[in-house]
Ligand binder design. Sequence first.
Ligand SMILES: N[C@@H](CCC(=O)N[C@@H](CS)C(=O)NCC(=O)O)C(=O)O
Length: 212
Amino acid sequence: MARYKLHCFAQSGNAYKVALYLELAGLDWEPVFIDFFAGKATYSGPWRESVNSMGEVPVLEVDGVMRSQSGAILTWLADTTGHFAPPDADARYEALRWMFFDNHKFTSYLATLRFLLAFAKTGETPVTAFLRQRAKSAYGIVEAHLADRAFMLGDAPSIVDLSLAGYVFFPEETGLSIETFPALNAWRERLRALPGWKHPYELMPGHPLPDA
Ligand SMILES: N[C@@H](CCC(=O)N[C@@H](CS)C(=O)NCC(=O)O)C(=O)O
């Protein structure tokens, strides 16, 4: 039995952040499939009591302890294994600063846009237009930061890059290309080139959806 169990499903970019970490770090891990779409598993009272009261994946289970929130999990993994860790206190602060930005602006608008278009299938609406504009704005901010560095904290990939990577490998599902953001696009290719990199749909169970 693997030491690290990741409660997840393939379509979850937030879970991908942690799955990609575990895979790239070469840690002994396995996914635990959470049936979000058909089974509404994260809404069940028992699941919330025993796995995550916040009703979300990812949840990383280690030695019976459940940890949620991708940014907090990545920080804990970096602290406890050393992989992809910010090298000092200033870098740790910088990592948290960008991961909060990611959770608030970069991932959240992009993930919600994708959910509406690819899964709720709302078609284009004023809400999707708003989300796309906000996601583009967040792209622009990261684009500027990456203009003179390979990865978010400098020359080496860190937990910040894995956090921002959650949803950038599904461009066809959001109708939001990053090709027009050259630094962001080059950063994504650097991530894709890391030894062991896999697409979210290869790394976690549940793709394709039964009705897709
Ligand atoms: N800030 C959280 C976001 C987690 C999140 O939104 N997870 C989604 C899947 S990608 C979820 O489980 N949503 C269930 C719901 O909102 O009902 C994190 O980074 O872990």
